[in-house]
Design a binder for this molecule. Structure first.
Ligand SMILES: O=C(CN1CCCCC1)Nc1ccc2c(c1)OCO2
Length: 330
Protein backbone atom coordinates (compact mmCIF):
# COMPACT_ATOMS: atom_id res chain seq x y z
CA UNK A 1 0.00 0.00 0.00
CA UNK A 2 1.15 3.56 -0.70
CA UNK A 3 -0.40 6.98 -1.12
CA UNK A 4 0.15 10.67 -1.72
CA UNK A 5 -1.53 13.77 -0.28
CA UNK A 6 -1.23 17.45 -1.05
CA UNK A 7 0.51 19.90 1.30
CA UNK A 8 -0.90 23.35 0.55
CA UNK A 9 0.74 26.45 2.09
CA UNK A 10 -1.10 29.06 4.10
CA UNK A 11 0.00 32.71 3.77
CA UNK A 12 3.81 33.13 4.09
CA UNK A 13 4.06 29.29 4.26
CA UNK A 14 3.26 29.65 7.99
CA UNK A 15 2.06 26.06 7.77
CA UNK A 16 0.94 23.51 5.17
CA UNK A 17 -2.49 21.88 5.21
CA UNK A 18 -3.35 18.37 3.99
CA UNK A 19 -6.90 17.02 3.33
CA UNK A 20 -7.66 14.00 5.55
CA UNK A 21 -10.85 11.90 5.34
CA UNK A 22 -12.32 10.78 8.67
CA UNK A 23 -15.32 8.53 9.30
CA UNK A 24 -18.14 6.94 7.29
CA UNK A 25 -19.29 8.65 5.12
CA UNK A 26 -15.93 10.49 4.94
CA UNK A 27 -15.67 13.92 6.55
CA UNK A 28 -12.76 15.86 5.00
CA UNK A 29 -10.72 18.04 7.36
CA UNK A 30 -7.58 20.00 6.43
CA UNK A 31 -4.89 19.08 8.94
CA UNK A 32 -1.37 20.34 9.70
CA UNK A 33 0.88 17.28 9.24
CA UNK A 34 3.34 17.71 12.11
CA UNK A 35 6.50 15.57 12.43
CA UNK A 36 7.14 17.42 15.74
CA UNK A 37 4.18 15.90 17.65
CA UNK A 38 2.22 12.64 17.83
CA UNK A 39 -1.48 13.39 18.35
CA UNK A 40 -4.08 13.38 15.57
CA UNK A 41 -6.57 15.92 16.90
CA UNK A 42 -9.44 17.71 15.18
CA UNK A 43 -11.87 20.54 15.68
CA UNK A 44 -15.10 18.80 16.64
CA UNK A 45 -18.78 19.22 17.44
CA UNK A 46 -17.72 18.56 21.06
CA UNK A 47 -16.27 22.05 21.48
CA UNK A 48 -18.04 25.33 22.26
CA UNK A 49 -19.20 27.23 19.16
CA UNK A 50 -17.37 30.30 20.50
CA UNK A 51 -13.99 28.66 19.81
CA UNK A 52 -14.85 27.66 16.21
CA UNK A 53 -14.28 30.36 13.57
CA UNK A 54 -14.72 28.76 10.16
CA UNK A 55 -12.96 25.46 10.77
CA UNK A 56 -14.48 22.13 9.64
CA UNK A 57 -15.60 20.09 12.65
CA UNK A 58 -15.46 16.30 13.03
CA UNK A 59 -18.95 15.10 13.99
CA UNK A 60 -18.69 11.55 15.39
CA UNK A 61 -22.49 11.29 15.61
CA UNK A 62 -22.58 11.42 11.80
CA UNK A 63 -20.00 8.64 11.35
CA UNK A 64 -21.34 5.06 11.43
CA UNK A 65 -17.83 3.78 12.23
CA UNK A 66 -17.01 6.18 15.10
CA UNK A 67 -16.51 4.48 18.47
CA UNK A 68 -15.91 6.45 21.68
CA UNK A 69 -12.79 5.35 23.63
CA UNK A 70 -14.34 5.30 27.09
CA UNK A 71 -12.56 7.41 29.77
CA UNK A 72 -9.76 8.44 27.37
CA UNK A 73 -8.63 12.09 27.36
CA UNK A 74 -5.76 14.10 25.88
CA UNK A 75 -4.16 17.53 26.22
CA UNK A 76 -1.15 19.02 24.49
CA UNK A 77 0.86 22.25 24.74
CA UNK A 78 3.17 23.07 21.81
CA UNK A 79 6.48 24.92 21.84
CA UNK A 80 4.74 28.17 20.89
CA UNK A 81 2.41 27.68 23.90
CA UNK A 82 -0.61 26.92 21.72
CA UNK A 83 -2.85 24.35 23.36
CA UNK A 84 -5.67 21.86 22.78
CA UNK A 85 -7.45 19.11 24.76
CA UNK A 86 -10.37 16.72 24.45
CA UNK A 87 -11.76 13.22 24.25
CA UNK A 88 -11.02 10.25 21.95
CA UNK A 89 -12.82 8.23 19.26
CA UNK A 90 -11.62 5.42 17.02
CA UNK A 91 -12.63 5.87 13.40
CA UNK A 92 -11.52 5.30 9.80
CA UNK A 93 -8.82 7.74 8.68
CA UNK A 94 -7.67 8.02 5.06
CA UNK A 95 -4.64 10.13 4.06
CA UNK A 96 -3.85 10.24 0.33
CA UNK A 97 -5.39 6.81 -0.24
CA UNK A 98 -3.76 5.08 2.74
CA UNK A 99 -6.45 4.07 5.22
CA UNK A 100 -6.59 2.71 8.79
CA UNK A 101 -9.93 1.62 10.21
CA UNK A 102 -9.32 2.17 13.94
CA UNK A 103 -7.22 5.34 14.19
CA UNK A 104 -7.43 7.32 17.44
CA UNK A 105 -9.14 10.56 16.43
CA UNK A 106 -8.73 13.05 19.24
CA UNK A 107 -11.81 15.29 19.26
CA UNK A 108 -11.08 18.70 20.75
CA UNK A 109 -13.31 20.05 23.50
CA UNK A 110 -11.11 23.15 23.94
CA UNK A 111 -8.35 24.91 21.94
CA UNK A 112 -6.23 28.03 22.50
CA UNK A 113 -6.81 31.32 20.69
CA UNK A 114 -4.13 30.73 18.05
CA UNK A 115 -6.02 27.67 16.78
CA UNK A 116 -9.41 29.43 16.86
CA UNK A 117 -8.06 32.34 14.79
CA UNK A 118 -6.73 30.13 11.97
CA UNK A 119 -9.95 29.39 10.05
CA UNK A 120 -8.22 27.08 7.54
CA UNK A 121 -6.60 24.70 10.05
CA UNK A 122 -8.99 21.97 11.26
CA UNK A 123 -6.43 20.21 13.46
CA UNK A 124 -3.12 18.36 13.48
CA UNK A 125 -1.87 14.99 12.28
CA UNK A 126 1.18 14.09 14.35
CA UNK A 127 3.92 11.99 12.73
CA UNK A 128 6.58 12.05 15.44
CA UNK A 129 7.03 8.83 17.48
CA UNK A 130 4.05 7.36 19.37
CA UNK A 131 5.99 7.51 22.66
CA UNK A 132 4.98 11.18 22.98
CA UNK A 133 1.28 10.74 22.18
CA UNK A 134 -0.66 12.43 25.00
CA UNK A 135 -3.76 10.18 25.29
CA UNK A 136 -4.40 8.93 28.85
CA UNK A 137 -4.74 6.46 30.52
CA UNK A 138 -3.68 4.37 27.47
CA UNK A 139 -1.38 6.03 24.91
CA UNK A 140 -2.48 5.79 21.27
CA UNK A 141 -0.46 5.24 18.08
CA UNK A 142 0.18 7.73 15.29
CA UNK A 143 -1.40 7.21 11.88
CA UNK A 144 2.03 6.27 10.46
CA UNK A 145 2.70 3.67 13.19
CA UNK A 146 -0.75 2.17 12.53
CA UNK A 147 -0.28 1.83 8.75
CA UNK A 148 3.51 1.17 8.61
CA UNK A 149 3.19 -2.63 8.41
CA UNK A 150 0.78 -2.31 5.46
CA UNK A 151 2.95 0.15 3.52
CA UNK A 152 5.20 -1.14 0.70
CA UNK A 153 8.02 0.48 2.69
CA UNK A 154 7.76 1.73 6.29
CA UNK A 155 8.53 5.35 5.44
CA UNK A 156 6.93 8.62 4.45
CA UNK A 157 8.38 11.56 2.56
CA UNK A 158 7.93 15.34 2.66
CA UNK A 159 8.25 17.48 -0.47
CA UNK A 160 7.30 20.96 0.80
CA UNK A 161 7.68 23.96 -1.53
CA UNK A 162 8.19 27.73 -1.34
CA UNK A 163 4.81 29.45 -1.75
CA UNK A 164 3.51 26.43 -3.71
CA UNK A 165 1.74 23.15 -2.94
CA UNK A 166 3.88 20.08 -2.32
CA UNK A 167 3.24 16.51 -1.23
CA UNK A 168 3.42 14.04 1.61
CA UNK A 169 3.87 10.48 0.28
CA UNK A 170 3.38 7.31 2.32
CA UNK A 171 5.08 3.95 1.66
CA UNK A 172 7.05 4.95 -1.42
CA UNK A 173 9.99 7.10 -2.52
CA UNK A 174 8.99 8.86 -5.75
CA UNK A 175 12.30 9.20 -7.61
CA UNK A 176 10.83 11.93 -9.84
CA UNK A 177 10.68 14.28 -6.84
CA UNK A 178 14.43 14.68 -6.25
CA UNK A 179 17.77 14.82 -8.05
CA UNK A 180 21.07 13.10 -7.24
CA UNK A 181 21.49 10.83 -4.22
CA UNK A 182 19.53 10.66 -0.97
CA UNK A 183 21.92 11.11 1.99
CA UNK A 184 20.71 9.22 5.07
CA UNK A 185 21.57 9.93 8.70
CA UNK A 186 20.56 8.02 11.85
CA UNK A 187 17.75 9.33 14.06
CA UNK A 188 17.78 9.35 17.88
CA UNK A 189 14.07 8.89 18.67
CA UNK A 190 14.57 8.66 22.46
CA UNK A 191 12.77 12.00 22.99
CA UNK A 192 10.01 11.02 20.54
CA UNK A 193 11.31 13.33 17.77
CA UNK A 194 13.02 12.80 14.41
CA UNK A 195 16.26 14.07 15.96
CA UNK A 196 19.55 13.95 14.06
CA UNK A 197 22.95 15.66 13.77
CA UNK A 198 23.37 18.57 11.40
CA UNK A 199 27.03 18.24 10.39
CA UNK A 200 27.72 21.96 9.96
CA UNK A 201 26.71 25.16 8.17
CA UNK A 202 27.83 27.81 5.73
CA UNK A 203 26.62 31.35 5.04
CA UNK A 204 26.40 32.25 1.36
CA UNK A 205 29.75 31.47 -0.30
CA UNK A 206 31.69 31.63 2.97
CA UNK A 207 33.66 28.56 4.13
CA UNK A 208 31.54 25.70 5.47
CA UNK A 209 31.92 25.35 9.27
CA UNK A 210 32.12 21.66 10.27
CA UNK A 211 30.54 22.12 13.71
CA UNK A 212 27.70 19.66 14.32
CA UNK A 213 24.54 20.26 16.34
CA UNK A 214 21.41 18.24 17.10
CA UNK A 215 18.07 19.19 15.59
CA UNK A 216 14.60 17.79 14.95
CA UNK A 217 12.96 17.63 11.53
CA UNK A 218 9.69 19.42 12.30
CA UNK A 219 7.15 19.93 9.47
CA UNK A 220 4.79 21.61 12.00
CA UNK A 221 7.12 24.50 12.79
CA UNK A 222 7.32 27.40 10.35
CA UNK A 223 10.85 28.67 10.90
CA UNK A 224 14.35 27.21 11.34
CA UNK A 225 15.39 27.68 14.98
CA UNK A 226 19.19 27.25 15.05
CA UNK A 227 22.03 27.69 17.59
CA UNK A 228 22.34 31.34 18.66
CA UNK A 229 25.96 31.66 17.43
CA UNK A 230 25.04 30.33 13.97
CA UNK A 231 22.12 32.77 13.72
CA UNK A 232 24.25 35.71 14.91
CA UNK A 233 26.87 34.87 12.26
CA UNK A 234 24.17 34.72 9.57
CA UNK A 235 22.60 38.11 10.29
CA UNK A 236 26.05 39.71 10.61
CA UNK A 237 26.05 39.30 6.81
CA UNK A 238 22.76 41.22 6.44
CA UNK A 239 23.07 45.02 6.40
CA UNK A 240 20.53 46.59 8.76
CA UNK A 241 19.63 43.31 10.51
CA UNK A 242 19.09 43.46 14.25
CA UNK A 243 17.75 41.31 17.10
CA UNK A 244 14.46 43.01 18.03
CA UNK A 245 13.09 41.34 21.15
CA UNK A 246 9.79 43.24 20.83
CA UNK A 247 9.32 41.34 17.56
CA UNK A 248 10.65 38.11 19.06
CA UNK A 249 13.76 37.74 16.92
CA UNK A 250 15.96 39.05 14.10
CA UNK A 251 14.44 41.56 11.69
CA UNK A 252 15.95 43.37 8.70
CA UNK A 253 14.95 45.78 5.91
CA UNK A 254 12.59 43.91 3.54
CA UNK A 255 14.76 45.02 0.60
CA UNK A 256 17.82 43.29 2.08
CA UNK A 257 19.67 40.91 -0.24
CA UNK A 258 19.82 37.82 2.00
CA UNK A 259 22.66 35.30 1.69
CA UNK A 260 21.75 31.63 1.28
CA UNK A 261 22.17 29.27 4.25
CA UNK A 262 23.98 25.94 3.71
CA UNK A 263 23.44 23.03 6.11
CA UNK A 264 25.24 19.70 6.23
CA UNK A 265 23.80 16.18 6.51
CA UNK A 266 26.79 13.84 6.78
CA UNK A 267 29.09 14.73 3.90
CA UNK A 268 26.27 16.26 1.85
CA UNK A 269 25.48 19.98 1.65
CA UNK A 270 22.02 21.52 1.09
CA UNK A 271 21.21 25.16 0.45
CA UNK A 272 18.29 27.31 1.61
CA UNK A 273 18.01 30.17 -0.94
CA UNK A 274 18.23 33.64 0.65
CA UNK A 275 14.73 34.40 -0.63
CA UNK A 276 13.27 31.65 1.61
CA UNK A 277 14.81 33.39 4.66
CA UNK A 278 12.81 36.58 4.12
CA UNK A 279 9.82 35.18 6.01
CA UNK A 280 7.25 38.00 6.28
CA UNK A 281 6.83 41.74 6.96
CA UNK A 282 6.32 42.74 10.59
CA UNK A 283 4.76 46.12 9.70
CA UNK A 284 1.94 47.24 7.43
CA UNK A 285 4.18 49.24 5.08
CA UNK A 286 6.45 46.25 4.50
CA UNK A 287 9.69 48.00 5.37
CA UNK A 288 10.82 45.62 8.14
CA UNK A 289 10.80 41.86 7.68
CA UNK A 290 11.12 38.91 10.08
CA UNK A 291 13.84 36.33 9.51
CA UNK A 292 13.08 32.71 8.63
CA UNK A 293 16.15 31.69 10.65
CA UNK A 294 15.92 32.42 14.39
CA UNK A 295 17.66 31.31 17.59
CA UNK A 296 16.88 27.99 19.31
CA UNK A 297 18.03 29.45 22.67
CA UNK A 298 16.11 27.88 25.53
CA UNK A 299 14.76 24.92 23.54
CA UNK A 300 17.71 22.55 24.02
CA UNK A 301 18.05 21.53 20.36
CA UNK A 302 17.59 23.06 16.91
CA UNK A 303 14.20 22.93 15.23
CA UNK A 304 14.48 22.38 11.48
CA UNK A 305 11.11 23.68 10.42
CA UNK A 306 9.53 24.40 7.04
CA UNK A 307 11.98 27.20 6.07
CA UNK A 308 14.68 24.51 5.95
CA UNK A 309 12.65 21.41 4.99
CA UNK A 310 11.19 23.04 1.86
CA UNK A 311 14.75 23.26 0.46
CA UNK A 312 14.97 19.45 0.21
CA UNK A 313 13.17 16.18 -0.44
CA UNK A 314 13.03 14.51 2.99
CA UNK A 315 12.55 10.80 3.80
CA UNK A 316 11.23 9.84 7.27
CA UNK A 317 12.35 6.19 7.26
CA UNK A 318 11.31 3.71 9.99
CA UNK A 319 12.00 0.61 7.88
CA UNK A 320 15.11 -0.47 9.80
CA UNK A 321 15.91 -1.12 13.49
CA UNK A 322 17.26 2.43 13.81
CA UNK A 323 15.02 5.08 12.20
CA UNK A 324 16.76 7.45 9.81
CA UNK A 325 16.22 10.65 7.84
CA UNK A 326 17.10 11.03 4.17
CA UNK A 327 17.77 14.36 2.43
CA UNK A 328 18.03 14.97 -1.31
CA UNK A 329 18.28 18.04 -3.54
CA UNK A 330 15.32 18.77 -5.83
O1 LIG B 1 4.95 25.24 18.41
C1 LIG B 1 5.52 24.91 17.41
C2 LIG B 1 4.77 24.39 16.21
N1 LIG B 1 3.36 24.32 16.50
C3 LIG B 1 2.84 23.00 16.11
C4 LIG B 1 1.38 22.93 16.40
C5 LIG B 1 0.64 24.04 15.69
C6 LIG B 1 1.20 25.39 16.08
C7 LIG B 1 2.68 25.44 15.83
N2 LIG B 1 6.84 24.93 17.24
C8 LIG B 1 7.72 25.36 18.22
C9 LIG B 1 8.55 24.43 18.79
C10 LIG B 1 9.47 24.82 19.76
C11 LIG B 1 9.53 26.14 20.12
C12 LIG B 1 8.70 27.07 19.55
C13 LIG B 1 7.77 26.70 18.58
O2 LIG B 1 8.96 28.28 20.06
C14 LIG B 1 9.99 28.11 21.03
O3 LIG B 1 10.32 26.74 21.03
Amino acid sequence: DSGSARASPEQYDIQYLTPVEIGTPPQTLNLDVDSGSSDLWVFSTEMPASSVKGQAQYDPSKSSTAKRVQDATWNITYGDNSYSEGIVYKDVVNVGGVSFDAQAVEAATAVSQTFTTDANDDGLLGLAFSTINTVQPSQEKTFFDNVASELDAALWTADLKYHKSGCYDFGVIDDSKYTGQITYTDVDSSDGFWMFDVSGYGIGNNTFQSTSFQGIADTGTTLAMLPAQVVKAYYKQVRGAKLDNSQGGYVFPCQANLPSFVYGVGNARYEIPGQYINYAPVDNDGTTCFGGIQSDAGIGFAILGDILLKSAFVVFDASENVPRLGFAKK
